[in-house]
Design a protein around this ligand. Structure first.
Ligand SMILES: *Cc1c(COP(=O)(O)O)cnc(C)c1O
Length: 371
């Protein structure tokens, strides 16, 4: 059994993948070829935004967005400590300061109720300038953008949606990656929409931001790449990866529907045993991960391992306790919800082609592990 089954997916689209890759080999425009623009157009339409910018990874999508806002030393960016390192890493890379805000124990997303006091705290201290918020749509479920966006407005902050896990999800009828001033997603192979290498995309309705991002993507280009009006990077999405994504996008909506069915089957079999994931009524999760909580998660994981059933822990250590952020001076106890979730969470195999019979087996073995 696989944790994520990319081979099963490939069997459905192998011919189209080969056609699309051959197309790139035929035209030879490996850098910023027509597939990149075609994908940008399709995904912007899908997300319901005006502009999208393909880039080299989800990490670059976050970094380039912060660069476009001119984030620098002395700036404070509010984010969740319960996420992948990339979310906060890019803040520090630009010499700004990540300010962590604890998460909601039900959704594992940033606790919008705690955000206000955190912002006010930074304002009162008077050392850092509050500039932006990076909510993370953890495991595929969008954060609470109505609350977050209205706070951002009040304090004149921008909001950068980390939609690396949520592309295909919904918040109150609106698509993930359209929920903030700017959004970043990742096409890492294991994400809901993944390529066969690294890739990412940025989404926005803001034309000025879009123009800055297309410049930053190619070394801060002005008229052309030898006219450099700002410092940028080599942050392009490969044409071949765009060609692969175009083939995968054809079946993406169906895959999102299949993920809902797989999640429902787990919910039914496990809700009396574990704290199964809660998706708010107004949300649809892209189910990047199916993550439950149990006080005896190690017992569950070890038992499943003995039966060759893979599991994962996202995330074993919240960011405020990572060595990379030791200089910020946080310690255990600062974000008790994130810490408790990190100690109890575990993720089960999740992908669109997960067989119902395999899920029944997993459910039976979890019952056995806890018997
Ligand atoms: C995967 C991920 C990223 C980074 O994406 P890459 O494409 O691997 O650089 C950022 N944020 C979150 C929440 C992620 O899950």
């Amino acid at each position: 059994m696989n944790f994520i089954d990319l081979a099963a997916q490939q069997r459905h689209i192998r011919k189209q993948l080969e056609r699309n890759i051959s197309g790139v080999l035929d035209h030879g425009n490996y850098i910023n070829g027509p597939e990149v623009q075609a994908l940008e157009k399709k995904l912007a339409e899908y997300a319901g935004v005006s502009f999208s910018v393909g880039c080299a990874s989800g990490t670059d999508a976050l970094l380039m967005s912060l660069m476009a806002y001119g984030i620098n030393r002395g700036d404070a960016i509010f984010t969740s400590p319960f996420t992948f390192i990339a979310t906060a890493e890019v803040i520090k890379l630009l010499k700004a300061t990540p300010v962590f805000v604890d998460i909601d124990p039900a959704t594992f997303n940033i606790d919008a109720g705690k955000l206000r006091s955190s912002i006010e705290n930074i304002v009162d201290q008077g050392k850092l300038t509050p500039r932006g918020i990076i909510p993370v749509d953890i495991f595929g479920q969008p954060a609470d953008y109505d609350q977050i966006n209205s706070l951002a407005k009040e304090y004149n902050l921008f909001v950068l949606e980390d939609g690396a896990q949520s592309f295909g999800g919904l918040y109150k009828g609106r698509k993930a990656c359209s929920l903030a001033d700017v959004a970043a997603t990742s096409f890492f192979p294991a994400k809901p929409l993944g390529c066969y290498g690294d890739g990412g995309m940025i989404f926005t309705d803001n034309r000025e931001l879009h123009d800055k991002l297309t410049s930053i993507r190619v070394h801060g280009k002005g008229k052309d790449k030898y006219d450099n009006v700002r410092v940028g990077l080599n942050g392009r999405l490969d044409t071949i990866q765009a060609a692969i994504l175009l083939a995968k996008f054809e079946i993406f909506d169906n895959e999102i529907a299949l993920r809902q069915e797989a999640a429902q089957r787990y919910n039914q079999g496990l809700s009396d045993l574990c704290q199964t994931p809660l998706v708010k009524d107004f949300n649809l999760s892209a189910w990047a991960q199916y993550s439950s909580m149990h006080r005896e998660r190690d017992r569950i994981i070890n038992h499943l391992k003995s039966k060759d059933i893979p599991t994962a822990i996202y995330y074993p250590k919240p960011l405020h306790l990572q060595g990379a952020f030791a200089h910020l001076g946080y310690s255990r106890g600062d974000f008790p919800v994130s810490e408790q979730v990190s100690d109890n969470i575990f993720s089960l195999p999740m992908h669109p082609y997960l067989k119902s019979s395999d899920q029944q087996l997993i459910i039976r073995e979890i019952h056995e592990a806890l018997a």
